[in-house]
Structures are given as C-alpha cells and as structure tokens.
Design a protein around this ligand. Structure first.
Ligand SMILES: [Zn+2]
Length: 282
C-alpha cells in the first residue's frame, strides 16, 4: 500500500482523477489525497516531473526517496520495475567510462611504475578492453549489492542465540531484497553527473573520487529511509558492501597485471605527511 511521504502513514490512494480530459503531469484534473495523520498532501511528487525528482534526489530529501521507493517503484511480486532496470544499465555504462578513465591513468606496478596502465591496455584490442571493464564494473556492482541483500534478508531468529542480540543491534532485518537493490540503484544516480565531463574538461580521477563519495552518502541515506534503521546501521551496511566490491575490483585489476594505485602506498607515511602539513599550518 502507498504511504504518506511525510509521516509514513498508509494511504489507500494517492490522488483522485476527476477529469479524463486533463493531464496529471500538468497537475490538472487530479486531486491529491490529504494524509489523515499529518493533514498535509500524502504525496505531492505524483504531480512533479523527472527533473524535480532528480534535483531532490541529489539533495537527499527523504520525501522523494519515500515517493520513489514506496509509492512509485515498489512491486508486489518481488521483481524490479522496468525503469529501475533501465537506470541500472545506464549506471553500468557510465561506470565503465569512469572506471576505464581512472584505471588507465594509474601507474604500473614496480619496476615499470614510471609508465601507466594505458601502456598495457593499449596493446589489447579495443573490444577486449571494453569487455574487461564491463566485466569489472558488473562484478563490482554485484559484489556491492549481494552482501547488503544477504545480511538484511537473514532472519535474526535463525542466528545462534549467543549472537542474536548483537546481530539485531547491528543489522536491520528487511525480508524483501529487491527494494534494497532498488534503493541502492536510485541513490546511485549521482553517478550520472560526470556527463558534465563531456562538456567541461575536469581532472577526471579526482572527479571520479568525489562522485564515488557522493554516491556512498546517497546510498546510506536511501537505506536509512527505506528501512528506518538509523544512519549508523545503514552506514555499516554500505561500508561492508563497498569493502567487498573494492576487494573484487582490486583483485581483478591486480590479476590482469595492472597497477591498482596501492603499490608503494604506506598508511604510516600518509598519516605522517598529513601530520607534518597540519603542524606547518599551526
Ligand atoms: Zn502524513
């Protein structure tokens, strides 16, 4: 059943059509249902177009997430809405472009670290390079979604009694995994921002990093809004998914003999360098 996007109160119908001649997209011929609980409109977004929805998604407004996850994209039979499948494919293709551009610029592992991965990649046919990055991104995405789906859909009653209390505190229970993937895909739409890179010439690796952090913040917000589980538990779930996904991605890049960007990386030196910079500022 649809819900009120402000207070989550169940609403039988979100709007009433009283004239067939007019268009819902223009806000004509439609009367929005008033929520009996909070007295506001139950879902004002039924009248809004995609551009407004996209801007509010990027601004992480909980109401627009509730509209999409509960009132527009939820399917009772456990399958994905067609719009979500299309969005998933679009995100995958965008991710291939971003990942390709980022990995190509990374230095090769020693002793060839003065050259970049592009030297190895360009020796391969273009189709082979594309298929490699397509496989890399598809497997990384699966590795992000599967742990979150598995953890949340595990019934706490099946956990051994000793760990059950800790499990309930750390992992929210959500019986249907499809809305979880829908929430993660909808909240990843920030990935579409690099389309601006086609117009303006940005520093691509740093843009890719900024975009991936923005996507993570959106993912946490979406899981929190869907499951109402608090930001700490949603953040832990996204962190687990991101770790598994990164491990799969690095494993594939390393297995292909390419530089992962982690060769010669020392956390101690990083912290020491950061500390010296801070000391110099003070
Ligand atoms: Zn309400």
């Amino acid at each position: 059943m649809p819900i009120c996007i402000s207070c989550r109160h169940p609403i039988p119908v979100l709007y009433t059509t009283y004239s067939k001649a007019d268009d819902r997209a223009l806000g004509k011929g439609v009367r929005l249902t008033q929520c009996p609980n909070c007295k506001g409109f139950a879902d004002k977004y039924v009248e809004h177009d995609f551009v407004v929805l996209f801007i509010d998604l990027v601004l992480i407004k909980p109401e627009v997430y509730r509209h999409l996850l509960f009132n527009r994209l939820s399917q009772n039979n456990g399958t994905f809405d067609r719009a979500i499948i299309r969005l998933g494919i679009l995100l995958l293709l965008f991710d291939v472009y971003l990942t390709w551009a980022r990995i190509e610029k990374l230095p090769l592992p020693p002793p060839n670290h003065l050259s970049t991965n592009a030297a190895i990649l360009q020796a391969q046919p273009l189709l082979f390079q594309y298929l490699f990055f397509l496989g890399l991104v598809a497997l990384s995405t699966l590795a992000f979604h599967l742990p979150i789906r598995l953890l949340c859909s595990t019934n706490p009653d099946r956990i051994p009694h000793v760990f059950r209390g800790v499990w309930r505190r750390c992992v929210p229970y959500y019986a249907h995994p499809t809305p979880l993937s829908t929430a993660l895909l909808v909240s990843s739409c920030t990935k579409l921002f690099p389309i601006l890179l086609i117009i303006w010439d940005y520093d691509l690796p740093s843009s890719a990093t900024a975009v991936s952090w923005a996507v993570i913040v959106n993912n946490i917000a979406a899981l929190e809004i869907l499951m109402d589980c608090g930001y700490v538990r949603a953040g832990t779930l996204v962190a687990v998914g991101a770790c598994v996904s990164s491990a799969v991605g690095w494993g594939m890049v390393w297995g292909a003999g390419l530089g992962t960007g982690w060769e010669g990386y020392s956390p101690v030196e990083e912290v020491w360098g950061w500390w010296r910079e801070m000391a110099a500022l003070v």
